[in-house]
Write a protein that binds this ligand. Structure first.
Ligand code: NAD
Length: 427
């Protein structure tokens, strides 16, 4: 078995020690249900033809149609997409959403494409996977380096192929195409609800709590801003080109504005306005992960904290906004050091929860206000946070293992109801 998926499965094995699950369910959860690999030919602006590799994986759909984002990144592989689809399966079960887990991706560096090439690639991808997705089958959404504009192109292409107006086929769309209010900030908002609910239970309140955030995209920049607004001291942020650190705290709205205009945090490195707001030093991504802060928030990519740098991590709490940022080996080291880790399948579940609400609104044909969406998100994510907290109190296990135990019980229930050996024996 490939490495990332094997690593993901180790968390499942750990949880299986503490929960009684049907042998049938265990066997089924070992393998992705369907993995599709496609070649996407794209006419480039210079007239040449280039073929890109794309993937869509449905890991499990026992609890409902597949749900999961689409990633555009040069490191996308089938292994990565299968792992992300595996995590989505547990995330949707954890949040009690009527979805299974899926994921998609294209191996591409989108920063090297023109806007028109990016549109042709996005439409070409949907052309290739149109029979595989659908509002009752598998519903994509944005992920790393994809956004609402790309989701809009994709939905439009699907509609053209199917000759329908089918907004529920994709979530994270522009509002004008049936998107939901609050979807753009949902991942960070969900993380914020979890963090601000949990930290006071450990005696951590905003003014004294320092935070470092790795990744300054959709999820990372928004969570940094929300925490800053709530009074937490965000002392470091980074993107793919490096980071900045100030023990006095950073002014996140100004940095976001600067990045929006100049496309990278690099511009913040002591040029012009932002530097005058607060003195800061330039740090590397590796340095950010081992800063002496109370809270570390990885919000970039997977496998950022490994057995190599885990011994140097000084944060007392880690909230995983990215999917899979900590390897299983690193998890063991962090646990021995007493670092409290809140897992991705809970912390970043705000995105898929509001995607679910978007899908419901598309099917209803009736749209909710921002406050209605946010209160539904808050209620759901805090209900499951409290449940995980309760399991943690009862069993004394890591929050990750407790989250998997909780999700596994729901998956097991759905699989058993469809008929397993144990289900029939107990009749
Ligand atoms: P994004 O493309 O908007 O941003 C990614 C950010 O990470 C960028 O700022 C990029 O510069 C930075 N980055 C890339 N490589 C880096 C590195 N080595 N070190 C530091 N920074 C690096 O993506 P996003 O939507 O914010 O997603 C980030 C993470 O959150 C991913 O793991 C994604 O799967 C997860 N997530 C996102 C959503 C969502 O709704 N957007 C939902 C759930 C989970």
């Amino acid at each position: 078995m490939s490495s990332l998926l094997a690593d993901a499965h180790r968390r499942l094995q750990e949880a299986l020690k503490y929960v009684s699950i049907s042998e049938d369910a265990i066997e089924r959860l070992k393998y992705p249900k369907i993995s599709l690999t496609v070649s996407i030919p794209v006419r480039m602006d210079d007239g040449s033809l280039k073929v890109f590799q794309g993937y869509r994986v449905r890991y499990d759909d026992t609890r409902g149609p597949g749900k999961g984002g689409i990633r555009f990144h040069p490191n996308v592989t089938l292994d990565e997409v299968q792992s992300l689809a595996f995590w989505m399966t547990f995330k949707c079960a954890l949040l009690n959403l009527p979805f299974g887990g899926a994921k998609g991706g294209i191996t591409v560096n989108p920063k090297e494409l023109s806007k028109a090439e990016l549109e042709r690639l996005s439409r070409g991808y949907i052309e290739a996977i149109a029979d595989f997705i659908g509002p009752d089958k598998d519903i994509p959404a944005p992920d790393v380096y994809t956004n609402e504009i790309i989701m809009g192109w994709m939905m439009d292409q699907y509609n053209t192929i199917r000759r329908c107006i089918c907004p529920a086929v994709i979530t994270g769309k522009p509002l004008s195409m049936g998107g939901s209010k609050g979807r753009d900030t949902a991942t960070a908002m969900g993380a914020f609800y979890v963090i601000s609910h949990i930290l006071p239970r450990f005696g951590k309140t905003p003014p004294q709590t320092t935070v470092a955030v790795q990744g300054f995209g959709n999820a990372g920049s928004e969570i940094a801003e929300l925490l800053g607004k709530a009074g937490y001291k965000v002392v470091a942020v980074s993107d793919s080109r490096g980071g900045i650190y100030s023990p006095h705290g950073l002014d996140i709205p100004s940095i976001r504005e600067y990045k929006r205009k100049h496309m990278s945090l690099k511009g913040v490195y002591c040029q012009e306005s932002v530097c005058s707001i607060v003195e800061h030093e330039v740090i590397t991504n590796e340095e950010l992960l081992t800063l002496d802060v109370d809270v570390l928030i990885p919000a970039a990519l997977e496998k950022q904290i490994t057995e190599k740098n885990a011994p140097q991590v000084k944060a007392r709490f880690i909230f995983e906004v990215a999917n899979g940022p900590i390897t299983a080996d690193a998890d063991t080291i962090l646990e021995e050091k007493g670092v409290v880790v809140f897992p991705d399948i809970l912390v970043n579940a705000g995105g898929v929860t509001v995607s679910y609400l978007e899908w419901v609104q598309n099917r209803l044909g009736y749209y909710w206000s921002l406050s209605e969406v946010q209160s539904r998100l808050k209620e759901r994510i805090l209900e499951e946070t409290n449940r995980i907290w309760q399991i943690h109190q009862e069993l004394g296990l890591s929050f990750r293992t407790c989250a998997y135990i909780h999700a596994l019980s729901r998956l097991n229930e759905a699989m058993s109801a469809r008929g397993t050996r144990e289900y029939y024996i107990s009749q």
